[in-house]
Design a protein around this ligand. Structure first.
Ligand SMILES: O[C@H]1[C@H](O)[C@@H](O)[C@H](O)[C@@H](O)[C@H]1O
Length: 567
């Protein structure tokens, strides 16, 4: 066993009670069986290497006790409420990215009195993404300055104005402006909502509550498709599809005003410690006032570190090697998510299915987004138990396989039309059905792994670099989205539909190799353990070993506790 792992090993003897000026190593620290119990129960943030003084130890113990107080108990109603209102941001991200598929088909000649060309369609779709890249880059800094809640309010304002401008558009450029404004909201929401949830959630529920945001995103896309199908035969129905997106932000602003608290971390930073304590007491209803105060103390300590000037924190992202590794990993996985091509289907499936001669093409597209939504629930249940890395490694080969099958079926189907999708040509139903089946299987594999796991990115960062690191990788994600959305239709024209899907398969394969060699397992490891995992390398084997031994240790502890109670 490595030193690292030894830190988790319980010993028979308890250490002497600790005086405030005592220095204890992390080894002794872990030997304290109370802490060991709490550490195991709660995955509290404990340094596994450094030297910690006793006052700090007590603080961490108290913080861990807060987590333990919530252990076994379901999340408080308040926490559910916070998550509900926060994930409206995810819902809007999904709705506004999903709605474009129906809008592009239904818009007809309503803009500039001319039908949209493929180039126009790509441009309009990409406009949102450009806005999102810009806002993702700024969102972290803004949220550190004015708070998470107010950043969300700005997103909501963008959602409403963007929707109004688009719904009222008669010219292409007005539509593009509306999409960019909407993009400002979407990009910032994609960055802020998961981090806000991670800052509020108790450690035991963090992974799953973050998954809820992905469910809101994919759910928003399904709602957009369903509404799109509903308005298919309504004149100027596309204006309604867009306008309906202006209502959820109003609900969110209502929730923010009357219900949501600011992140306790931000409140402490603003020296509003009483408010922070009140928010924490509602999130951890079983915690004692002393525990809450201790938690506020721990936050204060973290925030002192965070208070390094912005320029220094940005510099650290580049100069600190483990942080650079974190940026590389989170950006690569978020790029892989986009370059596997899922959004090409999300944005253009209506156009694609319409050209392939499928009747009810909007309803057919609903199957694609529905499969994405349904499969997002699988990681919700198992993401901590099975592990992030395993989810990716198990599902990415399936993504590649079904992309290749889709490419193959296109190649066969388009033989009579010289590998071009010719609108009005009647392709055999056996081919169009097989194409749909392979696409759905591809989407399911994507949703279980790549669609979800990369958004757990916050885990790889220290408190100090989390906002900036996740801003960078979120912008990379939107940049990948831009590449796919602005080139897909042209790519299909240039290298045929089968070539385009084959290309996505090839890119996914490259990322699969990268993840296999470099992506460590983070589930069940404390945040501190995740961070030390990136010291001196990517340490994939070490992370797997630590996780395995941790599980073995938990089992042994549980059995010992069981034997003790039955004796
Ligand atoms: O995780 C989400 C989800 O997979 C969405 O369906 C997709 O449209 C987004 O681009 C992605 O970030």
């Amino acid at each position: 066993m490595s030193d690292h792992d030894n830190n988790l090993t319980p010993v028979d003897e308890k250490p002497q009670s600790l005086q405030s000026d005592d220095k204890v190593t992390s080894k002794e620290f872990a030997d304290h069986d109370q802490l060991n119990h709490l550490h195991i129960a709660t995955r509290s943030v404990v340094s596994t290497e450094g030297v910690i003084d006793a006052a700090e130890l007590n603080q961490v113990l108290d913080e861990a006790a807060i987590e333990a107080a919530g252990q076994g108990e379901s999340n408080s109603l308040y926490l559910w409420g916070l998550t509900f209102f926060a994930t409206i941001g995810g819902l809007l991200f999904g709705y506004d990215t999903g709605a474009i598929s129906s809008v592009l088909v239904q818009v007809g000649s309503d803009l500039d009195s001319r039908p949209l060309t493929d180039g126009n369609k790509e441009f309009i779709t990409a406009a949102l993404t450009v806005g999102a890249i810009i806002s993702a880059l700024c969102a972290g800094v803004v949220a550190d300055k004015i708070g998470r809640k107010w950043t969300l309010v700005i997103c909501d304002i963008m959602f409403v104005i963007g929707a109004i401008v688009q719904a009222a558009a008669h010219k292409k450029y007005e539509m593009v402006i509306g999409r960019v404004l909407l993009g400002f909201g979407v990009g910032a929401a994609a960055q802020i909502v998961p981090v806000y949830i991670q800052e509020l959630a108790p450690a035991r529920a963090r992974g799953r509550l973050t998954c809820l945001n992905s469910i809101a995103v994919t759910g928003g896309q399904v709602v957009a498709y369903a509404i799109g199908a509903g308005f298919e035969n309504v004149s100027s129905g596309w204006r309604w599809i867009i306008a309906l997106g202006a209502f959820p932000p109003i609900v969110q602003v209502f929730g923010i005003h009357f219900f949501m608290s600011e992140s306790p971390r931000y409140l402490v930073k603003q020296r509003r410690e009483d408010e922070a304590a009140r928010a924490l007491a509602r999130i951890y209803p079983l915690a004692t006032p002393e525990q809450i105060n201790a938690k506020v103390g721990v936050l204060k300590k973290h925030i002192q570190v965070e208070e390094a000037p912005l320029r220094q924190r940005i510099a650290k992202v580049w100069t600190d090697v483990p942080t650079r590794r974190a940026v590389f990993l989170t950006s690569s996985t978020l790029a892989a998510q986009q370059l596997s091509g899922f959004n090409s289907l999300l944005y253009f499936s209506n156009t694609l299915f319409q050209k392939a001669g499928l009747r009810n093409y909007t309803a057919t597209s609903l199957i694609v987004s529905g499969a994405n939504f349904a499969c997002t629930f699988i990681p919700l249940k198992y993401i901590d138990r099975v592990g992030r890395r395993r989810f990716l490694l198990a599902t990415m080969p399936c993504v590649i396989l079904f992309l290749v099958c889709t490419a193959g079926i296109f190649a066969k189907m388009l033989q009579p039309t010289n590998q071009r999708l010719v609108e009005g040509y009647s392709y055999p139903t056996s081919y169009t059905s097989a194409m749909l089946v392979f696409m759905v299987l591809y989407v399911c594999s994507y949703a279980i792994g790549l669609g979800n796991v990369p958004w757990q990115q916050g885990e790889f960062y220290s408190t100090e670099t989390r906002m900036i690191g996740t801003s960078i990788s979120t912008a990379v994600n939107w940049a990948g989205n831009l590449v796919v959305s602005s080139t897909f239709l042209s790519l299909m024209n240039a290298i045929t539909p089968s070539g385009a899907f084959g290309f996505f398969a090839g890119l996914t394969f490259v990322f699969l190799v990268l993840i296999y060699f470099l992506y460590p397992e983070t589930s069940l490891l404390s945040l501190e353990e995740v961070r030390t995992t990136l010291d001196g390398g990517f340490n994939v084997k070490k992370s797997l070993k630590v996780r395995k031994e941790k599980i073995a240790l938990w089992k042994a502890q549980r059995e010992a506790a069981h034997a003790e109670t039955s004796a």
